[in-house]
Design a protein around this ligand. Sequence first.
Ligand SMILES: Nc1ncnc2c1ncn2[C@@H]1O[C@H](COP(=O)(O)OP(=O)(O)OP(=O)(O)O)[C@@H](O)[C@H]1O
Length: 255
Amino acid sequence: MTQLTQEFEREKTREAALAISNLTFGYPKQEEIFQGLNLQIRPGERVGLIGPNGSGKTTLFLLICGILTPGSGEIQLFGKPVEMGEFRPEIGLVFQNPDDQLFTTSVRDDVAFGPENMNLDAEEVENRVRTALSVTGVEELIDRVPQNLSGGEKCMVAIASVLAMQPQIILYDEPTANLDMRARRRLIQFLQNSQETYLVSTHDLEVILEVCDRVLLLDEGHIVADGNPREVMGDKQLMEAHGLEKPHSLMPHQE
Ligand SMILES: Nc1ncnc2c1ncn2[C@@H]1O[C@H](COP(=O)(O)OP(=O)(O)OP(=O)(O)O)[C@@H](O)[C@H]1O
């Protein structure tokens, strides 16, 4: 690499919302999942993450958030390295199962938890709780017990609890799993109007077509395709080679 190319690469990493270089990771006593993964996401990008079961999507999210530590390599958020266990309010993770995110006895307390940990004053915390619940369309649930909510309601409250920290980048892990058609449609509309940079990991490929401008296909820890969702997911051979199906809406009779 020439000096100029190196400087160009460094500049790109500094400007990226997320920059992953040479990432390796394996769970203890298991084969490595990632063996030198590289990825950059620019501010404002809406990226889908697809791949067969066990391809490493959730693991990648946990690494990006500093919940797991890489074997080697580096992950940077907005030019600053991620350190394991460090609280980084600029990133939010919406867990696949909302029950992992909601653990207090009121929706208000769950949504307030993040902002309170950012040492904001009470008025600002209340403002953030109200705004996050309003953006996700579930303001009326503020005094409810999270455990008694429906799956769709829990999902939106879990998203609100992340939005209350006003992250600049959000990772959504299987956000439409367990949602009925109406709740799924509401989530799609929410994502379409959302202002943050985001990554959505999902097996619901139609969602990617509706809410993402870029898609990554992950298999056995490698990004095997990276590009426009219609082009990548419209490639039947590529999709089938990695245990996936071309989405119905991209079938010839649907176009
Ligand atoms: N805590 C853990 N300890 C050991 N192995 C794990 C752990 N979590 C995940 N794995 C393994 O790591 C691999 C990647 O799992 P991961 O959950 O990241 O995949 P995924 O792409 O999110 O899968 P899915 O689409 O099924 O949700 C799998 O082989 C899985 O069995």
